[in-house]
Design a protein around this ligand. Sequence first.
Ligand code: AMP
Length: 442
Amino acid sequence: MHFDSLALSDNILKAIKEQGYQTPSPIQAKAIPAVLAGKDVMAAAQTGTGKTAGFTLPILENLLKGLPAKVNQARVLILTPTRELAAQVEASVTTYGKYLSLTSAVVFGGVKINPQMIKLRKGVDILVATPGRLLDLYNQNAIRFEQLEVLVLDEADRMLDMGFIHDIKRIIAKLPKKRQNLMFSATFSDQIRTLAKGIVNQPVEISVSPPNTTTKSVTQWIHPVDKKKKPELLLHLITENRWKQVLVFSKTKHGANKLTRYLSEFGLNAAAIHGNKSQGARTKALAEFKQGTVKILVATDIAARGLDIDQLPHVVNFDLPQVAEDYVHRIGRTGRAGKTGQAISLVSADESKLLKDIERLTQQILERKLVDGFEPTHDLSQSDTVLKPLKPKKPKKPKQPNKFGQGNHGNDSQKKPEKRRKPKNTRNQSRQNTAKSFKGKR
Ligand code: AMP
């Protein structure tokens, strides 16, 4: 299939061609015709599937038909959980719409509100926003929705995880009833389906396999090591193997800072990216990492989510994730699009339970490789993991919105804890799904 057969205008096709895209990705092939036809869409797709273009391209096309946005109005509202994702989505809108005379803006917390208010004064065709800041702007009469035609919820599962449910409901209550709704989420959990019921209307359901289960080839292994020796081992691996670009995952913000300082002391160009960093610092670190000036980016899970950095040669789990699915998200950052990648985990004895969870989820025993001079004194016992998919746990009480999303309008992307809750029933459901798709790969 070619983009030419998708009923998009020449000026959009020209911008796509400039990006070097040859054919629509599976999600694009399905979503573009549905969105063009004005249908509601509910799509299960992760970052890396091309989902952004999947909704942006047909939205741009449809916007060409109507009247331009009036004062303080937006015609399309795209909600994202994090500032980084908001900025990336708007960058895509600008890229794909460069030959059109449509307008767009991005608003998120953590930066001054006044310039955003000024930007919205004339009205914008497409507004990309994080929920908290959008509500602030609405409450200050900087944005109106009478002209709103389309609502997009991007990474809806993550918005729920981050406690944005109430903000989302408040926003939806302010939108015209008649509108097109597009909802994107990594999984269709029960919680997402419940949310969707109040939003989408007879949606076209689209599901594409995550890129990490199909096109890629990732070699994974672990290095058993004592906890104390982890920084030194990482340094050794980076210098010994001359790694040029490595994304390192740390459990905590503090740990990320400490590790970054340690690596910098040895002359390595490292930067940390997490919720306590200012927007400016995060954008700078990401840009420098992509350019290659920063070779090592140390990130927490939540900070890394949604970042458009996914063709990495090496991903290192300095700490194993608390939630096994995050392992899949993390290693999904490497080996994209036919390239090979390495996902290496530094595992200490106290993490053996987490390791077991990962092995059960991914349905594979990870190879253990000892590094000379770093053999652990606290032994990480050989795996006794039984490769049997996890059983769903008993349902827990419904989740209460955490303080994260409540009254958090000024700084909505990642406020306090980057801690993750223990998996719930719905998560276990998705564990099993993921495990299935991994099974087919082995
Ligand atoms: P997304 O899943 O929207 O975050 O997109 C992931 C990456 O795929 C982005 O860097 C896009 O520029 C790229 N991309 C999107 N659509 C295509 C396509 N049809 N062909 C090649 N690359 C694409």
